[in-house]
Design a protein around this ligand. Sequence first.
Ligand SMILES: NC(=O)c1ccc[n+]([C@@H]2O[C@H](COP(=O)([O-])OP(=O)(O)OC[C@H]3O[C@@H](n4cnc5c(N)ncnc54)[C@H](O)[C@@H]3O)[C@@H](O)[C@H]2O)c1
Length: 330
Amino acid sequence: MRLLVTGGAGYVGSHTVRLLAEHGHEVTVVDNLSTGHREAVGRVPLVVADLAETGLIRDLLRDRRIEAVLHFAAFKSVEESMRKPERYFRNNVCGSLSLVEAARAARVGLLVNSSTCAVYGEPARPPISESAVPEPANPYGESKLAVERMLASLDRAGHLRHVTLRYFNAAGAWPDGSLGEDWTGAQNLVPAAMRAALTGSTLRVFGADYATPDGTAVRDYVHVLDLAEAHLAALEHLARGGESCVLNVGSGRPASVRQVVLAVEAASGRGIRTEVAPRRAGDVAAIWADTSRAAAVLSWAAKRGLAEIAQSAWRWHSGHPSGFADTPGV
Ligand SMILES: NC(=O)c1ccc[n+]([C@@H]2O[C@H](COP(=O)([O-])OP(=O)(O)OC[C@H]3O[C@@H](n4cnc5c(N)ncnc54)[C@H](O)[C@@H]3O)[C@@H](O)[C@H]2O)c1
């Protein structure tokens, strides 16, 4: 298919772009490079533009006769969204509105949307399924939920069919270590632990007094290549006339901060020094996914575990200690 990928120079987008191209799709990336990297896109055509440029995106969709859009472009820091909510609503909500207006004008009616488990907030009893009532605990999650609701309205109006994928914590790298997450994502646990393993710096563990088995926060880490495969399956679902839906994409397996640190130590062969810091505002204690709906609708399930996440990420970070060429080093 002829595809437009927004945010394809970013972490999850670039891995998905590579997988789509390997499967013979004709991909164009649009990205403003606010957090993305030209190098991550490889040889796929990249148009440097902002989602807010509705007319430009409409023309791009028309000129390239695009059949479907995969929408990754957004800001994603929970911590920053607590301090600068306006920035998150403008980029994530207004940017997505601009995109769907462009799609409507260009008569493109299929969209795969990146959402997040942050729409759920603090689940009473994980694993959490899509039928849980969303209660975001931060403006980032609110902004992504607003986009989900907008897409549901467009579906009801017959304007757009979509698959919204609620990712849990994306982690890991292309298996041979040739593509991965830049240090700009280093507030996330896996790259932060990688940095500690590479440089000997101390890893800060935000909260060790949660009501979890070892006191540290529990998350669901899903390999970035599993996520990319979920996008491929979502696209195929839409292309064969499948209905709009919202699906969890996670590993379905809980992992604590301490378990991730152990996996990174095993993959790197190095010890990691940790120090306990106060909990971060907006963080929840424990969340992991019930992925049975994605299995039923897309025949998709995560194939890779924490060890493969840590091994692939270590290959990428140890082979690219300065990240992409256009960013400051480790
Ligand atoms: N990484 C995760 O763990 C995770 C978890 C849940 C959901 N998500 C969602 O997945 C998507 C991709 O996340 P990521 O981790 O790859 O983030 P990322 O920051 O690496 O990638 C986002 C990309 O979008 C681009 N972008 C941002 N705003 C733009 C705009 N207005 N116009 C054009 N380009 C713009 C950035 O330059 C970047 O290349 C986001 O929508 C995010 O909310 C990510």
